[in-house]
Design a protein around this ligand. Structure first.
Ligand SMILES: Cc1cc2nc3c(=O)[nH]c(=O)nc-3n(C[C@H](O)[C@H](O)[C@H](O)COP(=O)(O)O)c2cc1C
Length: 166
């Protein structure tokens, strides 16, 4: 195994991070001016059961960064293999992201994917600095689950969930 403990090589660091498989989410919101924004995120995690909190880390360099920081609400869509192309578009700067996919809108006009594996509608509780990212902490106001299995992200590829290990 490569030792990165003393002199951290950014490429090895990235490679180590990509060895950790994760789910994939498309996080969406609506700006004050009514424009729709979103980004693909694998940094989503559960944070607290009581109160119900989740988190997602957003790059300070993202175009949508100021909109999410100012947002009162956001939606986490846990995506399935059928959303892989959409997730790639939501990971592409300058893309007309909402021209694709079949979004529906909640009462506040925030976009959500009705065929997602899960949808979490959140209020932005806190934005905590974390290096070149900010941790968006959301208080979950509504959660729903769908039929589809979530897609996995591992070593730079979308993958299907495997068999039970035990
Ligand atoms: C599978 C995957 C996971 C990603 N996870 C994150 C993430 O957790 N946080 C983040 O800020 N960007 C993440 N990105 C990159 C953003 O989706 C991408 O930079 C996006 O275009 C940023 O939004 P912008 O178009 O408004 O700049 C991820 C990209 C991919 C393909």
């Amino acid at each position: 195994m490569t030792d990165v403990s003393h002199d951290l090589d950014p490429a090895v660091f990235r490679s180590a991070l990509s060895s950790f498989p994760s789910g994939v989410t498309i996080v969406t919101t609506r700006g004050e001016d009514g424009t729709l924004h979103g980004f693909t995120a694998s940094s989503f995690a559960s944070l607290s059961l009581d109160p119900p909190l989740v988190l997602v880390c957003l790059d300070r360099g993202a175009t949508c960064f100021p909109v999410f920081l100012a947002a009162e609400r956001f939606v986490v869509n846990v995506v399935t293999p059928s959303h892989a192309e959409l997730a790639t578009r939501f990971a592409t700067k300058g893309e007309n992201k909402f021209a694709y996919g079949t979004f529906e809108f909640d009462e506040q006009g925030h976009p959500l994917l009705p065929d997602a594996a899960a949808v979490l509608r959140c209020e932005l509780e806190q934005a905590v600095p974390g290096g070149d990212h900010v941790i968006l902490i959301g208080r979950v106001r509504e959660a729903r689950t769908g039929e589809g299995k979530p897609v996995m992200w591992y070593r730079g590829d979308f993958r299907h969930l495997g068999e039970r290990a035990a």
